[in-house]
Structure formats: structure tokens, C-alpha cells
Design a protein around this ligand. Structure first.
Ligand SMILES: NC(=O)c1ccc[n+]([C@@H]2O[C@H](COP(=O)([O-])OP(=O)(O)OC[C@H]3O[C@@H](n4cnc5c(N)ncnc54)[C@H](O)[C@@H]3O)[C@@H](O)[C@H]2O)c1
Length: 284
């Protein structure tokens, strides 16, 4: 059966875990060739077992321009060009309060979350211009839409990613390149469990626990799934969105529509964490 991304080449940063992995899988199922750029190989071996040469992995740290340039170069050399770049790699960054910030950590946070996306644009756009068009997609956050949704520096970077998507859309439209951002709510990934202080060993049971609970603080009463983001990325990568550019699309179960949502979400997730801890320590 024909896929909506047949003949397309996509680069996905942070594509070895979480929502990036879900997107890598969905793009491959829809016929794309996918290059995963990530610090870790993660689940890309399992993707290769299913999709063979259609997927390849290149160790990439988006902090470094040489890595991002090599990643795009790898897509062009291996698959003949670049049509879609999903700038998705990320982490929580520094969580220190403002007067306690260590500037090295601030620089790293901005380096990965904002400068890394700018590097994606720099090198991805050059390859897309050569191809005659393309789609740039970046993972921002609801934390970039409003205060309180995440740590301060993280939120500032995500707001920057949203503005970059809008400003770039105007510059790139004449080149046939669209530019959009996705703003996830709370999505059931490693990043979310880390943000709640869950250890690596507990991460899987905690994510399973969250999936069973309705109280995630989103008006649609569940936690977000990586596939919710992958489906939106697919829409933005595919011709279905050919008149959509310069947008920040919230995929958050209605969180950003409710000014009181942040308080509700923090309470709901703290409650979930307490219940998980209680369950973990209660003898069976
Ligand atoms: N999970 C959430 O609730 C949530 C909400 C809003 C936004 N986001 C954003 O979504 C994106 C994906 O996060 P996730 O939740 O899937 O997390 P995740 O931890 O499951 O996956 C992130 C992936 O990015 C990779 N990565 C981290 N730093 C990198 C770097 N410097 N260079 C290359 N790869 C790097 C990691 O190795 C990992 O494979 C991030 O940008 C994050 O800020 C997450």
C-alpha cells in the first residue's frame, strides 16, 4: 500500500527514544527513508530489523555544528536529498532557580534546545533548497506558550523555537519550505519520568502506571502518548499540510486552552507520583 511519505527523506533528531522514536517508526511505515540523529542508538536497531536499509542511525549531538552538518550530509549522501527535518532532540535542561543558575548549564540548555534547532535550520534548509522545497518541524512545548509549564530556561528556549518556526516560515515560503512547531503537553516518555525524579529502573513501571490514570491535568483526561506527537509530525511532513506554515500546533489535550491548567497538571502529576510511590512501597 502506498504511504503518504513514499519517496521522501527525513532526518529526526532525538529519534531513538520517546516521541522521536514513535515518529521514526510512523514515517518509515509511511514509506519515508529516515536518518535518526541521537546521542544514543536506543531502539534504532529494532527499527532496522523491521525496515532494513530504509533507516540509518548517526550518533549526533545537536550541540555541535559539525554533528548536525554531518547528519544532514549523511541523509543526502545515503538517500539522495532531504525533504523533512524534525528538530526534536531535547532534555529538561537546568532546573536551578534564577539566582542560583550556573551559566555553563544555561549555555548547554540553550545550546541543545535552541541553538541545536537553529543548526537544524541552517543545514537542513540548505539541503531542502537544493531539493526545491521541504518541511521543517521542531518540537517546542506548551511551556513555550505560557509561563509555568516547565523550568524557566527550558521554557524560554521552547518559546524561541516557536518564534523561530514563525520567522523562518516567512523567509522560507518562497523556497517551497514550510516551517512549523509542535507544542506537546505532558507526554509519557523518559523525559517526563526524569522530570519527576523517577530513576531509570523505575521509568518503565512509572510510564505504565501513568497510562492507567486519567488524571494527567489535561482537559482530555489522559497522559499524552508519543504517537500523538508522531501523528502531528506526519501531518506536517505530508502534503496534507501543504498550506500550513508558521504555526505552533499544541498537542496537549486542551491544556493550553485552559489558563488554570498548569496548576491542575502539577497537582495531578504530583498526586500520580505519590500514588506510584505508595504502590511501589506497599507489599503485595
Ligand atoms: N515528554 C514531554 O512531556 C514533553 C513535553 C513537551 C516537549 N517535549 C520535548 O519533546 C522532545 C522529545 O522529548 P521526549 O519526551 O521524547 O524525551 P526522550 O528523553 O524520550 O527522548 C529524547 C531523545 O533526545 C535525545 N537527545 C537528548 N539530547 C540530545 C542531543 N544533545 N543531541 C542529540 N540527541 C539528544 C535523547 O538521547 C533521546 O533519545 C524534546 O525536545 C522535549 O523537550 C517533551
Amino acid at each position: 500500500m502506498a504511504g503518504v511519505l513514499d519517496g521522501k527523506v527525513a532526518v529526526i533528531t532525538g529519534g531513538a527514544a520517546g516521541m522521536g522514536l514513535a515518529t521514526s517508526r510512523l514515517f518509515l511505515e509511511q514509506g519515508a527513508k529516515v536518518v535518526v540523529g541521537d546521542l544514543q542508538e536506543g531502539e534504532t536497531g529494532a527499527l532496522a530489523a523491521t525496515f532494513g536499509d530504509a533507516v540509518s542511525y548517526l550518533r549526533t549531538d545537536v550541540l555541535f555544528e559539525g554533528d548536525v552538518e554531518a547528519l544532514v550530509g549523511h541523509a543526502v549522501q545515503t538517500y539522495g536529498g532531504l525533504d523533512v527535518l524534525f528538530n526534536n532532540a531535547g532534555y529538561g535542561g537546568t532546573i536551578a532557580e534564577l539566582d542560583q543558575l550556573k551559566m555553563e548549564s544555561v549555555d548547554r540548555t540553550i545550546g541543545v534546545l535552541l541553538r541545536g534547532v537553529i543548526l537544524g535550520y541552517k543545514h537542513g534548509v540548505a539541503a531542502m533548497k537544493a531539493r526545491g522545497g521541504g518541511s521543517m518541524i521542531s518540537t517546542a512545548s506548551v511551556a513555550g506558550l505560557t509561563g509555568g509549564g516547565g523550568p524557566v530556561i527550558y521554557s524560554v528556549c521552547k518559546a524561541g523555537v516557536i518564534h523561530l518556526a514563525k520567522c523562518a516560515a516567512i523567509e522560507l515560503a518562497p523556497h517551497g519550505i514550510r516551517s512549523n512547531a509542535i507544542c506537546p503537553g505532558a507526554i509519557r516518555t523518559q523525559l517526563l519520568s526524569r522530570a519527576y525524579g523517577i530513576s531509570k529502573e523505575e521509568a518503565e513501571p512509572f510510564r505504565a502506571f501513568l497510562a492507567e490514570r486519567a488524571e494527567a491535568g489535561h482537559p482530555i483526561p489522559r497522559i499524552g502518548e508519543p504517537d500523538d506527537i508522531a501523528q502531528t509530525a506526519l501531518f506536517l511532513a505530508s502534503p496534507a499540510s501543504k498550506f500550513v506554515t508558521g504555526q505552533a500546533i499544541a498537542v496537549d489535550g486542551g491544556y493550553s486552552a485552559d489558563p488554570a491548567a498548569d496548576q491542575g497538571q502539577r497537582a495531578a502529576l504530583s498526586e500520580a507520583l505519590k500514588a506510584f510511590r505508595a504502590r511501589a512501597t506497599t507489599p503485595a
